[in-house]
Design a binder for this molecule. Sequence first.
Ligand code: SAM
Length: 289
Amino acid sequence: MATLGIPQNTITVLQKYHFNFQKKFGQNFLIDTHVLERIIEAAGITKDDFVLEIGPGIGTMTQYLCENAREVTAVEIDQNLIPILADTLSAYDNVTVINEDILKLDIVKLAEEKNAGKPIKVVANLPYYITTPIIMGLFESHVPIDSITIMVQKEVADRMQVGPGTKDYGALSLAVQYYAKPEIIANVPPNCFMPRPNVGSAVIRLTRHETVPVQVEDEKLMFRLIRASFNQRRKTLANGLNNSPEIHLSKEVIQESIEELGVPVTIRGEALTLEQFAALSNIIGRRMK
Ligand code: SAM
């Protein structure tokens, strides 16, 4: 395999096809074999696995996935990359390329067809402009997932991993940690990509929890409370909930619920753990009945 992880090989392919990078699709192709090997290793890909790759680009990581997995489906939005992928992946008979926007694809159906509905592995060097909708879409649509190993903006990786009391803590941290265990695998500098992004990147692995870590009676209500609390970060939890168009509760009910949780009514949302948000949503849910 003439790996595209070697910069000269990527340049040769780009020139052969007169490829123009499209900024709107977040195209920064990996050109570092060590990083590619690290991603494959962290994802723990074996010959039993079906892997979904989001945004294969010119097929750099796809080649590694094909070597290591049973079967790969790669979903690429840019139709200009489709003939290139047919070329760079021609040696493999275990890959299917779909020219589609990942946000429009029925991944539950794909997992059903390709992996008999069993948990799949997702691997991607994500387009940074849609990192959060992709990850939340995968978790919330209840796609059977084993793990998601992805390259994201460093700052986003940090946000996924942190707990209360830090400036990066927010709705994304809580949502990711509700569904999965996040672990940062490697920091990746801009010179590992072509063209170079103007932000640092990190590889993060999200291993799906077998059972959710908190007891919550109404998931949707809990996420509404979380969003309302972080929408107005500088406000107290009580004011955040009170001012939210998503929460229709009287000031008194909000105050009593926070008291029942056993924390000061002046607390800010950013100080609450996932367990406390779950408990608060259970308290409020019962009061709403
Ligand atoms: N995997 C390649 C690599 O590592 O070199 C390319 C990574 S590049 C950061 C992101 C890729 O995602 C690009 O190929 C881009 O065209 C594709 N992409 C962007 N938005 C997408 C979407 N909504 N659905 C599917 N692919 C998308």
